[in-house]
Design a protein around this ligand. Structure first.
Ligand code: AMP
Length: 406
């Protein structure tokens, strides 16, 4: 069992290196007055699913990519209700009909937890070391339609009851099931990492709170859902669309690596799409905060693992470069390059040999990028900054003003 002290040390170890503010990562100013126009849901979602609606007194600091080094004082109390006599502003977005799932499930699923594990899972962003929020409770939200079911609980589209009625995805995790699966530390790490990240292609976590049985995560609402579903629907993507996604992925990975976070589990199932079709990395279950650079735990799905990980050698952030090559291949061809339906061992061998066969339909530029990323030697893989300047990326860049790949 882990002591509270060691958990505290682990969290302290998640301190992410500070970087000067960059305009690109700074979210747009918050919209104070919601529009009454219900016609353009897409535009409204962009507005109300705002990048950083929930930070407290220090919102200026929190809206940048740098992590404050000092402890921040507790946030102020919740927003004041509208003065009497004034009609409250009506929420503008239809969040759909609630099926009562949170309550129904809470009756039948999960148990109260005790002891050290319970302490580890007592997660509350109002006492977060870097980005404390106001205190949140389930009663602070109007709950709408279900968005999906994950391993540890459901996800709902919700809206804050107080103005300006922000829309978020509320993800519930049952503590007892987390403990049963022995992933308390992993979940805690995932939450700590994700809450400290601010990038347009990384799903924001605005805050979190818990009750006796559950943890709730307030996540950026990914209006276009799962990328994997799109890939399944279309079989594969056009090179134009693939190129835009890969550029966004490379940008997000450059940011993550600059914060010493290695993702280690990049695959279509972990990617979501924002309301404008922009890619969002949405899962940090296997990510590791790696100030010392090297880890040897085997993790992730075999298809996306690089040779150094299937061979259980030391690995670095270059594992994400390899995964980007696999992703490029899969977007264009509809299946990962080393997939072997005869089994795990066959895939393993193909990865270790870099047994890469690129179909003739793939353009020479895309082929070149895939080959440069899928290098056995991690040091020979194309740098992410070079990926963003690669002819296959530049070919499709700035052709239209919309960020939605088509
Ligand atoms: P997860 O527990 O993260 O696997 O989520 C279960 C399902 O809920 C996913 O497969 C998505 O369809 C949906 N979902 C999760 N998070 C979000 C989000 N932030 N925005 C929209 N849908 C989401």
């Amino acid at each position: 069992m882990t002591s509270v002290g060691s958990v505290t040390r682990q969290i302290a170890a998640l301190e992410i290196s500070s970087k000067p503010n960059t305009t690109r990562n700074a979210p747009p100013p918050l919209q104070k007055k919601p529009s009454q126009n219900t016609g353009n849901v897409s535009r409204l979602l962009t507005k109300f699913a705002a990048p950083n609606p929930f930070t407290a007194t220090h919102s200026k600091t929190a809206s940048t990519s740098s992590i404050p080094t000092k402890q921040i004082s507790r946030p102020p109390s919740p927003a004041k209700p509208a003065p009497s006599g004034q009609a409250p502003k009506q929420p503008s977005i239809d969040i759909g009909k609630y099926d009562g799932g949170f309550e129904l499930e809470n009756e039948t699923r999960g148990e109260k937890v005790f002891g050290e594990a319970a302490e580890e899972l007592a997660l509350d962003s109002s006492v977060s070391r870097y980005y404390p929020t106001r205190e949140w409770h389930l009663t602070d939200f109007d709950i709408g339609r279900p968005l999906g079911k994950g391993k540890f609980g459901r996800v709902y589209m919700v809206r804050t009851k107080t103005e300006p009625h922000y829309v978020v995805a509320l993800k519930c995790l049952y503590k007892s099931e987390i403990i049963q699966s022995r992933v308390e530390k992993q979940i805690r790490r995932e939450i700590e990492i994700q809450q400290n990240l601010r990038h347009p292609n990384i799903l924001r976590m605005y805050g979190y709170f818990h009750d006796e049985k559950r943890i709730f995560l307030m996540l950026e609402f990914a209006g276009k859902g799962e990328l994997y579903k799109q890939l399944t629907k279309y079989g594969c993507f056009t090179e134009r669309r693939s190129s835009r996604y890969i550029d966004q992925m490379a940008d997000a990975l450059i940011y993550l690596h600059s914060k010493h976070v290695i993702h280690r589990d990049i695959k279509p199932e972990n990617l979501l799409l924002g309301i404008n079709g922009e890619l969002k990395i949405g899962d940090f279950g296997w990510s590791v905060h790696a100030p010392s650079n090297r880890r040897t735990t085997l993790c992730g799905t075999l298809d996306y693992l690089p040779p150094e990980m299937v061979e259980n050698r030391e690995h670095s952030e270059k594992v994400d470069y390899w995964a980007l090559g696999v992703l490029t291949y899969e977007f264009i061809n509809g299946a990962p390059p080393f997939e072997d339906l005869t089994g795990y061992n066959a895939t393993y061998k193909r990865i270790a040999k870099v047994d890469l066969k690129i179909p003739p339909k793939v353009s020479p530029e895309a082929r070149d990028l895939i080959v440069r990323l899928l290098q056995y030697d991690p040091e020979k893989r194309l740098a992410l900054t070079e990926v963003r300047k690669h002819p296959w990326i530049l070919k499709y860049k700035h052709k239209t003003s919309t960020s939605s790949p088509s």
